[in-house]
Design a protein around this ligand. Structure first.
Ligand code: CP
Ligand code: NVA
Length: 319
């Protein structure tokens, strides 16, 4: 579990299938430990800074509670209350924070800014969502699928909706874990081309499927996991009206899900908009596992924190 010690988690490009499996496995161990009230202090005395330039319920709470459960402490740092909001350079901020903190989680708009921060920081930097990627969510999702399906390899995920941060992280994760990923978006809302190309390359090596299409029926046919996300991400609010029009016909509802496997599971990173990207009968129906998924943010975040921030000795003594 030490392969990521001192490293950043900015996206999945640099991680191997084994690294990802290790993180999911560590999340499982930490979940078991918490359920059995086994106490450990992998991050005793360590402090995480959490910079938020966008809203959050799950990410903020799971990181903050996760740090506490690991014996450490978390600081909530809204971006507009920091001097970066008044023009202090990211490079200075990163070097200053590195003198106080043991790790930083950042939720912001541009991936470029998180990468700039990581370049100047000498502590682990964790991407808590950017416009481009949401890796922490995907680790929780992998754990949730493993728990419900008993395996990841060979599982087919249909992501229906916007070619957004979630779609990108799915494309990065799935092939490395031997999963098939199909993404269906309206024309003009496809995921970034370089991410699709990279995914296809890994899929060839792994013998898995990557499909990017504008046809939701084709994507969902025989899928084990049906996944969707908001049509209007944070930062897209100005386009809300036109987006709602363009996404018509891409709603995940019972009619569409009739094409998935009979035992499919429905997933959504939340927050959800019933009647837009998903119908109430699906998200609140028997196939939905959204709250298991939300819970697993806590366990997955703890795995990321422990893997990147714990001292070698902490693992030896505790786990
Ligand atoms: N899924 C997710 O990241 O939720 P929050 O925006 O509430 O953190
Ligand atoms: N795609 C959404 C995910 C929220 C967790 C957004 O970026 O707003």
């Amino acid at each position: 579990h030490r392969v990521m010690a001192g490293k950043d988690l900015l996206h999945f490009s640099d991680l191997s299938g084994d690294d990802l499996r290790n993180l999911v496995h560590l999340a499982e161990l930490l979940k078991e430990a918490q359920k059995s009230r086994f106490t450990h202090t992998l991050l005793a005395g360590k402090t995480l800074g959490m910079i938020f330039d966008k809203s959050s319920t799950r990410t903020r709470i799971s990181f903050e509670v996760g740090m506490l459960q690991l014996g450490g402490h978390a600081l909530f740092l809204p971006g507009n209350m920091l001097q970066t909001g008044r023009g202090e350079p990211i490079s200075d901020t990163a070097q200053v924070m590195s003198r106080y903190l043991d790790g930083v989680m950042i939720r912001t708009f541009r991936q470029k800014d998180v990468e700039e921060f990581a370049k100047y920081a000498d502590i682990p930097v964790i991407n808590g969502l950017t416009d481009e990627f949401h890796p922490c969510q995907l680790l929780a999702d992998a754990l949730t699928i493993l728990e419900h399906k008993g395996r990841l390899e060979g599982i087919t995920v249909a992501f229906i909706g916007d070619g957004n941060n979630l779609a990108h992280s799915w494309l990065q994760l799935a092939p490395k874990l031997g999963m098939n990923i199909r993404v269906a978006t309206p024309p003009g809302y496809q995921p970034m081309q370089w991410v699709v190309e990279e995914a296809k390359l890994h899929a060839v090596q792994q013998g898995t499927e990557v499909l990017v299409t504008t046809d939701p029926e084709r994507a969902i046919e025989g899928a084990d996991v049906v996944y969707t996300d908001t049509w209007v991400s944070m930062g897209d609010e100005g386009e809300a009206e036109e987006r709602l029009k363009h996404f018509e016909g891409y709603q995940v509802n019972e009619k569409l899900c009739a094409l998935a496997k009979p035992d499919y599971v429905f997933m959504h990173c939340l927050p959800a908009h019933r009647g837009e990207e998903v119908s109430p009968d699906v998200i609140d129906g028997p196939h939905s596992i959204i709250f298991d998924q939300a819970e697993n943010r806590l366990h997955a975040q703890k795995a990321v924190l422990a893997a990147t921030m714990a001292d070698a000795s902490a693992f030896g003594e505790d786990m």
